[in-house]
Design a protein around this ligand. Structure first.
Ligand code: QUE
Length: 331
């Protein structure tokens, strides 16, 4: 059956659980407006239904949990000057992120594959984020001249040390065990145990997670933390670049090369966003992000970044010079 022939969000009651399947596998379950509306409805229904003791959220197709938002469509709306269309998308998405944070029961995401951007937004604010050895988590927005949104301006500054700055600026991809180490995920469960875990969760008690979770020993995150903190724990991009140059290691040269490929405007916006987010509530962070989408999606780098990464796939964006931060954030 084609994707279009069945719902793109499948909400069910199974046992004592509400289950949600993001079902647009050919687009790696990237969230379009219809899916956002489907999730919004399901969050409300499951919150109000006393027979639903917890929610299990999954991605269809075996390759992805959710690759992000439908940024190709947002680019088209932005290029057409449809500001209301752009606003409807982000406002709807961020409302779902907030509703998940406020959801009164366990919200359990089973992340077995790619989980980026919007996928982080529908999982990280919930109570439980289960990852497998096939999970890959990232906030890669600086590559398309967006910024880490979906409430991650609240989450990232609260990760240990300078991990949030590093993840947000470079778009570094974390494997499942690394995501637990970094604090983005809560439980590591091998893929081959997911069917048994899912069946157990349908009985309605999230405590079964402790029977399935495997310990994650300190690994690559612990090893990189000192360098991440030395280099990314600065409040300006020039200071971060200087620290990476002074570091004089292969790792530091790799980070510099990655930063050099990102939108300069987006890097500056992202660093300032996380600085502000550190002292705001989630609701305030989401409002700040929504305001920022209005300027950022009008900046030429956004259409160009999505073109280079997702439309033409040449990965050769032609960035405009860095815009002034006051113009991006508003005065
Ligand atoms: C940066 C991003 C995104 C990205 C790639 C980046 C993003 C996003 C997608 C994506 C991936 C597959 C799809 C799709 C979108 O890729 O936000 O529709 O099928 O949604 O480097 O921010």
């Amino acid at each position: 059956m084609s994707d279009a022939a069945e719902p793109t969000v499948i909400a069910r009651r199974e046992g004592a659980a509400g289950t949600l399947l993001m079902n647009r596998p050919r687009a790696l379950n990237a969230l379009d407006l219809g899916m956002i509306q489907g999730l919004d409805r399901a969050v409300r229904d499951f919150a109000a239904d006393p027979s639903v003791k917890l929610v299990v959220l999954e991605g269809a197709g075996g390759r992805a949990f959710c690759a992000g938002g439908d940024v190709r469509r947002i680019r088209e709306l932005a290029l057409a000057g449809d500001a209301a269309g752009v606003e409807a998308f982000f406002a709807g998405e961020y409302a779902v992120n907030r509703a998940i944070a406020e959801f009164p029961k366990p919200w359990i995401s089973l992340i077995d594959g790619v989980c980026m951007g919007g996928g982080i937004g529908v999982s990280v604010h919930g109570s439980h984020r289960v990852v497998t050895e096939h999970a890959l988590l990232a906030m890669p927005e600086t590559a398309i001249a967006l910024f880490p949104d979906v409430g991650t301006s609240f989450v990232l500054p609260r990760l240990p040390g300078a991990l949030g700055n590093w993840l947000a600026l470079t778009g570094a991809r974390l494997k499942g065990a690394e995501a637990v180490e970094a604090g983005l995920a809560t439980h590591f469960v091998p893929r081959d145990r997911l069917p048994a875990l899912r069946a157990a969760l349908l009985e309605g008690d999230a405590a079964v997670l402790d029977r399935f979770a495997e310990p994650v020993p300190p690994g690559s995150i612990a090893a990189q933390r000192p360098a991440v903190d030395r280099c990314f724990g600065h409040s300006s991009l020039p200071a971060i670049r200087a620290a990476l140059l002074a570091e004089d290691t292969g790792w530091a040269r790799d980070q510099l090369a990655i930063l050099d490929r990102m939108s300069p405007t987006s890097l500056a916006v992202t660093l300032e966003l996380l600085r502000r987010g550190a002292s705001l509530s989630l609701a305030e962070c989401l409002s700040m992000e929504l305001a920022l989408t209005r300027t950022v999606t009008r900046h030429p780098d956004f259409a160009e970044g999505v073109r280079a990464v997702l439309v033409d796939k040449d990965n050769k964006p032609n960035w405009a010079p860095q815009a002034r931060l006051e113009e991006m954030f508003g005065r």
